[in-house]
Design a protein around this ligand. Structure first.
Ligand code: GRF
Length: 202
């Protein structure tokens, strides 16, 4: 059976691309990126989706009275694709309760720091400014908090002499492109079980 994936994006979409590439090369099987939804009109991620024949939809949050109404529309769109997994790939909004409840333990996010350190925006710069010697990235299930859900995979990178926030971010991004598809593969193969806040591999 094929798992339909929806990817929510806001920007350049390199993590989306890593998923598309892993599917096209056959490293992840029995999945399809069925729709890419962006809250930003000109997000390059939408263009990437179109280039691969994937439905690419812009939903403008500003055209709704509030976040709830916006997310109702997102839910309606997701409902048209029989979605089994939602990926947040550089989606710059906090997902609301209704979406989380509708897709409990079926929403996965990629974050460019070793959670629970450096949650939120500009995580690579936060880590750099803090002076850490090691940083990295985290793939996790999404719960009601911000970057707080059960952790699936983490990968470390060193912070090197002469680094800037940008060089560190680039080193982290390479690892993101490895662990995001890895996590998707584990999920679709049914190998992830959430027990409390811990993810157990089965
Ligand atoms: C990545 O660093 C991801 O970890 C964070 O937002 C960035 C998105 O990059 N959540 P891209 O749009 O996937 O290239």
């Amino acid at each position: 059976m094929t798992t339909n994936i929806a990817v929510l994006v806001s920007g350049r979409g390199s993590n989306l691309q890593s998923i598309i590439d892993s599917i096209e090369s056959g490293s992840i099987r029995d999945v399809k990126v069925s729709v890419v939804i962006s809250d930003v009109k000109n997000a390059f991620a939408l263009e990437r989706a179109r280039r691969h024949g994937i439905d690419a939809i812009f939903i403008d949050p500003r055209s709704f009275v509030d976040k709830k109404a916006y997310e109702q529309d997102v839910l309606k769109t997701l409902g048209q694709y029989d979605i089994g997994l939602i990926l947040l790939a550089g989606y710059m909004r906090i997902v609301g309760r209704e979406v989380i409840e509708a897709y409990r333990n079926k929403i996965i996010n990629i974050h460019p720091a070793l959670l629970p350190s450096f949650k939120g925006l500009h995580a690579q710069k936060q880590a750099f400014d803090y002076g850490v010697r090691v940083s990295g990235c985290t793939v996790h299930f999404v719960d009601e908090g911000m970057d707080t859900g059960p952790i699936i995979i983490q990968k470390c990178v060193p912070v090197l002499e002469g680094d800037t926030p940008d060089t560190l971010a680039a080193r982290i991004l390479e690892k993101e492109h490895q662990i995001f598809p890895e996590a998707v593969k584990l999920f679709v193969e049914g190998k992830l079980k959430v027990e409390g806040r811990v993810v157990v591999r089965t």
